[in-house]
Design a protein around this ligand. Structure first.
Ligand code: KET
Length: 441
């Protein structure tokens, strides 16, 4: 026993000695990153971090009527009317069916063929001739962000020096994505702060004045952050002008189903471009409309001239994916293909998408009515006019700061409210706080 204790003591003191001995070379090895500055906080996900760090004891009371609620209305993640995250019933059923599967192997570099097939139908239409003719190069992507990034990398590689036109404003990460892919960015007019609607004239002028064959990023529906979409007629005019200018349209469709409650209707902009014979690119995501945020499942597609070209383009997209992440994750893709491949589960999904979209539309009405009942001197018509997950409220960064410091309400500093986090329980609290910070403006 005594010998054992001595041995332990000895080896412990040997360890201490070794640790205190200077290890030459280590200092110089670690010093190359000593000048690295902290990265700026992300304007969306950074706010959620701040919310999580808020020590307010009432934070857990989200959704409960209380005068000191703490609300996170930052990112576009859907909550039910009790403020709780939602796993759709169709997803639970798909998971039940997948459970116990013996397949845990790699997907191909381009991802699940079945998932991609079903996903293309949602964007291009069930009976799309382009799908039948195999003219679409498509790969599973790491959700919508991954699809945008893969496309941006494809653009740089095969059209070096080309630029991308991005709307003002847009989802903040669009700028990061094309910047990191080394694609120079230009902007085009989109939102009119005075009318809180579309600046259609500004948009058309910018499209007209861009050099022939420019790349444009378009939000297919439920524009983030403004909630302002062109009408069908305006989409037709945009498409015609793109045709005349030979521009390339890349559609980011992160909210299919969240604008109208019907995914097919929300793909109208894309269908118009297809009818007009454009070759387009599309990013699709199941983060929001299937609630698969953390599963990172989406799709990048590029419509080509013929099957041969589509095979070639797909091979290059895979070639871009291989050194980055090799192949995409399996589980989310299985969930999606199980749901969309089964008519019953698919119709359950469509019902659930509509329920989510309708709840948000209902909350817009209640928020506007509550502000009007409080006697707000401002117009809140835009709250119900805008569509999708977000309300671009018109609040200034200073007013947002007051909402956070005085009311524990978190949202991005551009005044974007994630309507998906507004509930029957907290809408009154939110309206009151907005009224308090805006009534003297
Ligand atoms: N495009 C748009 C327009 C978009 O708003 C998002 C996410 C994405 C793509 C990417 O989603 P993904 O989870 O990669 O499929 N927007 C929300 C979350 C975030 O910022 O990442 C948001 O704006 O809150």
């Amino acid at each position: 026993m005594a010998m054992m204790a001595r041995t332990i003591r000895n080896s412990a003191s040997r360890r201490t000695m070794m640790m205190s001995r200077p290890i030459f070379g280590l200092r110089s090895m670690s010093s190359w990153w000593k000048n690295v500055e902290p990265a700026p906080k992300d304007p969306i996900l950074g706010v959620t971090e701040a919310f999580l760090a808020d020590p307010s004891p009432d934070k857990v009371n989200v959704g409960v009527v209380s005068l000191s609620l703490s609300l996170d209305l930052t990112d576009g993640a859907y909550r039910d009317d009790n403020g709780k995250p939602v796993v759709l019933d169709c997803v639970r059923e798909a998971e039940r069916r997948i459970a116990g599967t013996s397949f845990m192997e790699y997907l191909p570099m381009g991802g699940s063929v079945k998932m991609v097939e079903e996903t293309l139908k949602l964007a291009y239409g069930d009976n799309s001739e382009f799908i039948k003719d195999k003219r679409i190069a498509a790969v599973q992507s790491l959700s919508g962000t991954g699809a945008c990034r893969l496309f941006a990398d494809f653009q740089t590689r095969f059209n070096p020096g080309s630029q991308i036109y991005i709307p003002v404003p847009t989802w903040s990460n669009h700028h990061n994505i094309w910047r990191d892919a080394q694609v120079p960015q230009k902007t085009y007019h989109y939102y009119h702060p005075e009318t809180k609607g579309l600046d259609f004239k500004g948009l058309m002028d910018d499209v007209k004045n861009a050099p022939e064959g420019s790349f444009f990023l378009l939000h297919a529906c439920a524009h983030n952050p403004t909630g302002v979409d062109p009408t069908e007629e305006q989409w037709r005019e945009i498409s015609q002008l793109f045709k005349a200018k030979n521009h390339f349209a890349f559609f980011d469709m992160a909210y299919q189903g969240f604008a109208s409650g019907d995914p097919a209707r929300d793909a109208k902009s894309i269908r118009i471009f297809l009818e007009d014979g454009h070759h387009i690119g599309i990013s699709q995501s199941y983060a929001k409309n299937m609630g698969l945020y953390g599963q990172r499942v989406g799709c990048l597609s590029v419509l080509c001239e013929n099957e041969k070209q589509a095979v070639t383009v797909k091979s290059q997209l895979q070639q871009l994916a291989r050194p980055m992440y090799s192949n995409p994750p399996l589980h989310g893709a299985q969930i999606v293909s199980t749901i969309l491949g089964d008519p019953e589960l698919k119709s359950l999904w469509l019902k659930e998408v509509k329920i989510m979209a309708d709840r948000i539309i209902g909350m817009r009405t209640t928020l506007r009515e509550s502000l009007e009942k409080l006697g707000s001197p401002l117009s809140w018509e835009h709250v119900t006019k805008q569509i999708g997950m977000f309300c671009y409220s018109g609040l200034t960064p200073e007013q947002v700061d007051r909402l956070t410091s005085e009311y524990h309400i978190y949202m991005t500093r551009n005044g974007r409210i994630s309507m998906a986090g507004v509930t029957t329980g907290n809408v009154g609290y939110l309206a009151n706080a907005i009224h308090e910070v805006t009534k003297s403006s």
